[in-house]
Each structure stands twice: as structure tokens, then as C-alpha cells.
Design a protein around this ligand. Structure first.
Ligand code: GDD
Ligand code: MN
Length: 368
């Protein structure tokens, strides 16, 4: 059976249509199902309207005494759910309930452990969002991938609020979410092998109003920090930053030594210094940042990782050289040019490459 939790806080205007369409979508997938509405003492009679459909649709309503948060509503709903597959979907029709058909099929036919409704895979998207809203959504998604690169690098839409997961994947997962993003918690802690993203278009809200405010944004940031600490990725991040700093010093020091002491032209010194710095970064990543245990330092696959790492770093390295040469030709001070080059390359990696760089070591166990 599939149990889909539908959290509500004042959604009377839409709840009946949501429940009917969700039921139809799951029937289309030929699924045995139940819908669990978790209502937080709204004032508009959402719970009563949901209950009034109980004769046509298998729906249960859990009433909670006050607004206790979206993520905990999902957990409380799952706690009373009977399905071996658990799920969640918004009540406000911004998640078109029809996506449940594809999600159910991903679990049953494709054998997924986790099926996520996704805006950021081909075929998915957002309706007429302003560029500002798009940017906030993308930034929040990218931040999550940068803070939790080992867990989230392979997921297009880790912020999604519509997904199904096998209950068995959540055994001993100790979900302890904060705020809105229950999926982050599941991605970070559940034991899943196969993840499938099913595209959907996030709809405009036509009725009722969004419950997302400043408090939810703050909770999101706190949630990310807590997950980074809990999964050990914060400490790996600090080690990563230390290694990057050493690499930067090597790069600048070597450029200056080669040009000023040995009389090399900058255009030859820069690539060599960058390569030495990258090798240092790589070696320290192997033995320090992502080490599993001191005895397994020289694990198999090292050359493959080196090649991949070098490949990912090429654009940052080119930017580094370009910035340094332009600075040298315009202003002329070598050490500043080399330093600006390093910073540009580093920022480029930080903005675009952290998830893929970390995934180079993604299969290695890393210590806390
Ligand atoms: N029980 C309960 N308690 N339900 C809540 C609470 C709460 O404290 N806060 C919000 N809800 C319900 C709403 O009634 C709605 O059904 C659903 O949770 C989502 O709330 P919205 O306020 O409509 O969220 P949103 O549209 O801004 O964000 C949604 O879209 C995101 C995609 O970026 C959420 O679904 C996110 O989970 C999703 O990731
Ligand atoms: Mn909404």
C-alpha cells in the first residue's frame, strides 16, 4: 500500500479537489493507497471537508493542536500510515496530484527506493515564475548541494515537497527535521539504492496563500547546518577549505619564485604552479580530507580520481591564468596578479564545482 501524507494549514478551498485528483492518480497506477491529511488546527474547516470525503476515498485525518510545522506534520502522518511506501504532497495543487502516478510507477516498475517529483530534470519546471523567484529557488538548491555535496550532488531537486519513499529505507534513519524540507532529511539519512526523479511542473497557487515566510527561510539555513554537522560534511568542508588554502599558497609562492628568482615568463610559470597546487590539493584530499582510515590511504581508483579531478578543475585553472595575465599586463604587480588568479579560480570552483569535485571521493567513507 502507498500512504501519501497531505499536510494542511488552512487549505479548505482546495482540499477536496486535491484528495479526489490524488486518489484518481493512484488508481491510475493501480495502487492500493491511503491519503493521510495532517491538519494543524486551521480555522477554515479543512479537516471537516477532508473527512466528508471518507465514504468515497480512503482518507484519514490527523488533527494537531496548532501550527507545528510542515516537516513534523509529514513525520506524524507517516507514523500512523500503514503503507510500505510512504509519500508526501502539498495540499494546494501546486504539485499537480497526477505526478503521483509516475512516482508510484517509479517505485513499483523501476524498483526505485526513492521517487522524487522534480522541477529540475528535463520535462519539469516552474510555471510563470519571475527571474527573482527562480533565482532564489536555484540558489537554495545550489546551497544545499554545496553544503551537502556527497548526499545531494546527484539530485536535481532536493527541495521538492512531493516524493515517495520505501518505508524500509527509513528504518533507523532517525529523521529529525526542522522547518519545511523533509526531503533533505530523507536524502541525508535514508538508506536507499535507487533514486528516480519524475518531472513535474510546479503550478501557480490559485487558491489560499503560501505559508512560507522569513521564519521558514531561517529554519532552512539552520537545517542545512545541522545536517552538515550530523553527516560529517561540515568537518570535511573545513578540511577541504584548509587544503585549498595550502594549494593557494603553493600556487602564489611558486609563481613568484619561478618568475622572480628563475626568470621564467609568467605564461609558463602560471600553469606549472597551478598544476603543482592541484596535485597538492588532490594528495591532501586523498589522505586527509576524505580519508576513510590511515591504512587505506592508497585505495584503488586513485588515478581515475586524479584524472577526473584535473578535468573538473580545467575551467578554474584557465580563469586563474587569464586573470593573472591580464592583471600583469595592465598593472604589473606579480604577486597580486597571481593571488587574484587563485581567488578567481577558487571562487569558480566553489560556485560551480564543489558537488562534482566531492563526488570524486563520494564512494569513499570519510571520517568525522
Ligand atoms: N500541517 C501543516 N503544518 N501543514 C503545513 C504547515 C504546517 O505548519 N505549513 C505549511 N503546510 C502545508 C500547506 O497547507 C501546503 O499544503 C503545504 O504544506 C505547502 O505549503 P506552502 O506554503 O504552499 O508551500 P510553498 O508552496 O511555499 O512550498 C512548497 O513548494 C516547495 C517547492 O519548492 C512546499 O511543498 C515545499 O515542500 C516544496 O519544496
Ligand atoms: Mn504552495
Amino acid at each position: 500500500m502507498i500512504s501519501v501524507v497531505i499536510p494542511t494549514y488552512n487549505e479548505a478551498a482546495v482540499i477536496e479537489e486535491t484528495l479526489r485528483r490524488a486518489a484518481a492518480a493512484l488508481r491510475t497506477a493501480a495502487e492500493d493507497f491511503e491519503l493521510v491529511v495532517v491538519d494543524d488546527a486551521g480555522t477554515d474547516g479543512t479537516a471537516e471537508r477532508a473527512e466528508s470525503l471518507a465514504s468515497e476515498i480512503p482518507v484519514h485525518v490527523l488533527r494537531r493542536p496548532g501550527r507545528l510545522g510542515l516537516a513534523t506534520a509529514v513525520l506524524d502522518g507517516w507514523a500512523i500510515a500503514r503503507g510500505e511506501v510512504l509519500g508526501v504532497m502539498d495540499a494546494d495543487l501546486q504539485h499537480p496530484p497526477e505526478v503521483l502516478t509516475g512516482l508510484a510507477q517509479a517505485i513499483r516498475k523501476e524498483g526505485a527506493d526513492l521517487a522524487i517529483g522534480s522541477r529540475y530534470v528535463p520535462g519539469g519546471g516552474t510555471s510563470d515564475w519571475t527571474w527573482m523567484r527562480r533565482m532564489i529557488s536555484r540558489t537554495a538548491t545550489h546551497m544545499a548541494a554545496t553544503v551537502l555535496p556527497l548526499k545531494l550532488a546527484a539530485v536535481g531537486d532536493p527541495m521538492s515537497g512531493v516524493f515517495l519513499v520505501r518505508a524500509s529505507a527509513l528504518c533507523d534513519a532517525h529523521l529529525n527535521p526542522l522547518g519545511y524540507k523533509i526531503l533533505l532529511e530523507v536524502l541525508a539519512k535514508a538508506h536507499y539504492q535507487k533514486l528516480v526523479e519524475v518531472p513535474y511542473i510546479f503550478q501557480e497557487r490559485e487558491r489560499g496563500s503560501s505559508k512560507l515566510g522569513a521564519r521558514q527561510y531561517l529554519e532552512y539555513l539552520l537545517h542545512l547546518v545541522r545536517l552538515a554537522v550530523g553527516t560529517g560534511q561540515l568537518y570535511a568542508g573545513i578540511r577541504y577549505a584548509l587544503v585549498a588554502l595550502v594549494g593557494a599558497l603553493i600556487d602564489v609562492g611558486l609563481v613568484c619564485a619561478l618568475v622572480q628568482r628563475q626568470g621564467w615568463p609568467a605564461i609558463a610559470a602560471l600553469p606549472l604552479a597551478i598544476e603543482v597546487a592541484l596535485l597538492s590539493n588532490f594528495a591532501w584530499s586523498e589522505i586527509f580530507t576524505f580519508r576513510s582510515s590511515p591504512t587505506s590511504r592508497f585505495r584503488s581508483g586513485m588515478w581515475g580520481r586524479l584524472l577526473r579531478y584535473e578535468g573538473i578543475c580545467i575551467p578554474g585553472a584557465l580563469l586563474n591564468i587569464l586573470v593573472a595575465l591580464v592583471w600583469l599586463s595592465q598593472i604589473g604587480k606579480l604577486i597580486t596578479g597571481a593571488a587574484l588568479g587563485v581567488v578567481s579560480g577558487g571562487v569558480c570552483n566553489f560556485l560551480f564545482n564543489i558537488p562534482s569535485i566531492w563526488r570524486t571521493w563520494g564512494r569513499c567513507v570519510y571520517s568525522r
